[in-house]
Design a protein around this ligand. Sequence first.
Ligand code: PLP
Length: 386
Amino acid sequence: MTVEKRALSPATRLAQALRFVDAQTGAIIPAIHPAATYARDENHALRGGLIYRRDGNQTTAQAEAILADLEGAAEAMLFSTGISAATAVIEQLPADAHVVVPDVMYYGVLGQFRSYAEKRRLRVSHYAAGNLDEMRARMRAGDTALLWVETPNNPNWDVTDIEAAAEIAHAAGARLVTDCTATPPCATRALDLGADISFHSATKYLNGHSDITAGVLSVREKGPFWEEIAEIRNHQGTVLNTWDAWLLIRGMRTLILRYERATENALQLAAHLERHPGVEGVLYPGLPSHPGHAIAQRQTGGMFGGMMSIIVKGSEATAIDVVRACEVFYPATSLGGVESLIEHRKTVSGEGFPVHPRLLRISVGIEDVGDLIDDLDCALARAGAG
Ligand SMILES: *Cc1c(COP(=O)(O)O)cnc(C)c1O
């Protein structure tokens, strides 16, 4: 009797790290390969293709294989930080290239675009995040090289339709790069929706434990530009190190569990805060009242994630006092970890980046949601919000 086996689901492939088995030892966990250099064999040939640490390493390659599988990518490349991955995309562009980027987005990447523009190495046009008409109007057919979409974007969590953005980019002959760090590829498969490169800060949900920094680029179709990005990573020495790649592999095994729990917690917390007298507004695509809810529902399969912001009633000082009064949420930046974080975003991004002065960015973790709700209720009361 022949039995046809079903194809394994992403949850199974991820939990088993692509059913890893070490060919030499049978170990089901990959080894950490710290070597900086590799000996040639008796014919003076390379044994595994690697010459030197900057080329990459076996542990990082294993993490890249898992990420490429999760994204449905031709290939994935891991960098030492999210910013270094984003910078490699920028560095690959020809001098004076025209790029179209959101007006509100993760401030570090926006800062990179700005500094390249100030040095006259790029021409940058901005569109209001999520606004497809403005996006279309900024594109210059035959001139624009790259369209950058961050969805949902930091720290307002506006939603952009990736399929529509891909059409707009490709109609102008540009490449679409998406940053869906807040909704990892178990929720949003950006390449399937038409992105040419999917960027993620793997520091966040992909690793999930706030103990490494990493960035990843996944490509739909390889081409010369992809080889150039690999060369930039090599020459800048920004390949993800072995130890962090090993932690990332460990973290990704529980990605789906962690992300599902964060989503469940965030949906409850957002619904609670939306009715709270000390809160003027809740920015969370999982709320039916959010203007991007329907698109987010489609683009995440209802897995909206744990990122939201609230606008506190009162003054800027009231908002900061709420952060200071929290005892369960850590008053710290970053996102996507198992522990919940809260931050006054204006304090973190500094002057020059558009952010509401009373906005608190919240990364909801996997703790007991009752504890999270109680912590914010008490903090809002102690700060005198409302
Ligand atoms: C954190 C983050 C980045 C930058 O990644 P790092 O790993 O901190 O360098 C880029 N985009 C978004 C949306 C982020 O949250």
